[in-house]
Design a protein around this ligand. Structure first.
Ligand code: BG6
Length: 488
């Protein structure tokens, strides 16, 4: 693994907040080969000293621990900044001659730029000889706004790179607990026999955020929660929770199973969108005791808008395993707590024999907590100790906190995992083009349904858990959302 990493957009927000930090951690964990070099480029002229100063400052600001002086020195020596216009063949050609003329080294090109310039950049990379059999290109969302725009963006990549060279990031796939979901399902004999409509009543997936739209109002206004979160992160979680066991844990086996799930999603369109989706938009309220403005009064807000900052969907998977098992999905900004979890609610026992065992109150649920308190909890009904003739029963949780089970083990950030995977040329935790295309097709139908029916975003107070309609969405099926309860 001898490689060079070229970050286009090398002094942007993503680079400073996530990429250099992840690389620093990989370096600290001794996972970077000694010869790995990182070259950040952008059009801004900037002296090496100024860039190095910004790099150090960003590491200090984002690290959450003090910089290790030895690692920091080693890491900063690997990183060079060059003022290069990636859309100008002359400028990029000079970079190629000066930095990347050794064609035996693998080259990773991370496009930390808006997708609107992918085409030009890729063409330039090709024209100056930076697209080689051992080049990999990394991109991440927003990969489109609709199926059609995704196809355009994707064409700009695949007209130049082979699919095996393209790494499309969904950072949720790099999270430890998301990876652990597959291990829980497929490395234990316990759950798989129960993992179907025979024993599962329904599944809930929640990704709740306390942040608002931050400084991205203009972007968010175009995207909304459906495109920003549901199309990618929540659908990927749904795929991992619902897919069939792959034959092997490798890229094509995993992608083949995920695409089957996406292809089996029942369409939600103008005929059923009102029954199966809820849109919400936050109004002023308080999050963690602090007053916050509504979406329409956030910095940068320009127009009256109906964009959803919350979405809840009752999704169904039309296949043998999941027929009649709803997957309730919800995500939103400015909610009462930040947490992501998957809840597998099992069915009730067929016949209650204990007097205290309320039929219709199915006790068994498996909660996979993605963040922040990563772990798993399994709720079981137990006898309360005592001599009473009629036994008292109570639901209790068997809990596995990652931080306790693996004391002293740091939970790496998703970008560490994913960057390391790109270096190892492992595409398993990335998205294949067909997955994105099918996910967009499903989302486009929902957007079309909203437009045709004029479905509005219902107001919800910042600091709540979304509009009352989202409670009704699940309550009309006789179920309710699991309230946020930190697991440990
Ligand atoms: C991004 C979205 O993909 O994921 C953001 O664009 C969102 O709007 C973020 O805040 C959430 O990621 P995480 O890792 O903080 O849950």
């Amino acid at each position: 693994m001898i490689c060079d990493l070229l970050i286009v957009g090398g002094e942007g927000d993503l680079a400073f907040r996530k990429l250099y930090l992840a690389l620093y951690h990989l370096d600290k964990s001794q996972l970077l080969p000694d010869c790995l070099r990182v070259v950040g480029i952008s059009r801004n002229p900037q002296s090496p000293e100024v860039f190095q100063g910004r790099l150090q400052a960003s590491l200090v600001a984002n690290l959450g621990e003090s910089l290790d002086p030895v690692v920091s020195q080693r890491f900063c020596q690997r990183v060079t900044y060059r003022s290069v216009d990636a859309m100008n063949p002359e400028s990029l050609g000079r970079l190629n001659d000066e930095e990347f003329c050794d064609r035996t080294r693998d080259l990773i090109v991370y496009l930390a730029t808006p997708p609107s310039i992918f085409q030009r950049v890729c063409e330039c990379l090709q024209s100056v000889g930076l697209v080689r059999p051992n080049t990999r290109v990394v991109v991440e969302k927003p990969l489109g706004h609709s199926r059609e725009s995704f196809i355009d963006i994707n064409r700009s990549l695949t007209s130049i790179f082979a699919e095996s060279q393209v790494y499309r990031i969904d950072h949720y796939l790099g999270k430890e607990t998301v990876q652990n979901l597959l291990v829980t399902r497929f490395a234990n004999a316990l759950f798989e026999p129960l993992w179907s409509n025979k024993y599962v009543d329904h599944v809930q997936i929640t990704v709740a955020e306390t942040v608002g739209v931050e400084d991205r109002w203009a972007f968010y206004e175009e995207a909304g929660a459906l495109r920003d979160m549901m199309q990618n992160h929540l659908l990927q979680l749904l795929c991992l929770a619902a897919m069939e066991p792959p034959a092997r844990f490798d890229a094509s086996s995993v992608h083949d199973e995920k695409i089957k799930v996406l292809n089996s999603l029942k369409s939600i369109d103008r005929t059923n969108v009102l029954q199966n989706t809820v849109r919400g938009q936050y109004v002023a309220g308080a999050v963690a005791g602090e007053a916050v403005p509504g979406y329409l009064h956030e910095a940068g807000a320009k127009v009256r808008s109906t964009t959803e900052t919350f979405v809840a969907i009752k999704a169904e998977i039309d296949n043998w395993r999941w027929a009649r098992v709803p997957f309730y999905l919800r995500t939103g900004k400015r909610l009462g707590a930040r947490y992501s979890e998957i809840v597998i609610q099992f069915r009730d026992v067929p016949h209650a024999i204990f007097p205290d065992q309320l039929a219709g109150n199915a006790p068994n649920k498996l909660v996979i907590r993605v963040q922040p308190d990563e772990g798993i909890s399994l709720q079981l009904l137990n006898k309360v100790p005592g001599l009473e003739e009629s036994m008292a029963l109570q639901a209790v949780d068997l809990q596995l906190a990652l931080s306790e089970a693996f004391t002293g083990k740091r939970v790496p950030d998703a970008y560490e995992r994913l960057l390391f995977d790109v270096m190892l040329a492992n595409q398993t935790r990335f998205m294949r083009a067909d997955e994105l295309e099918v996910a967009w097709r499903w989302v486009d139908q929902i957007v079309g349904g909203w437009q045709d029916t004029g479905q509005k975003s219902m107001p919800y107070m910042a600091g709540s858990f979304g509009p009352a309609e989202s409670v009704a969405l699940i309550a009309k099926d006789g179920r309710r959302w699991r309230e946020n309860q930190p697991l440990f």
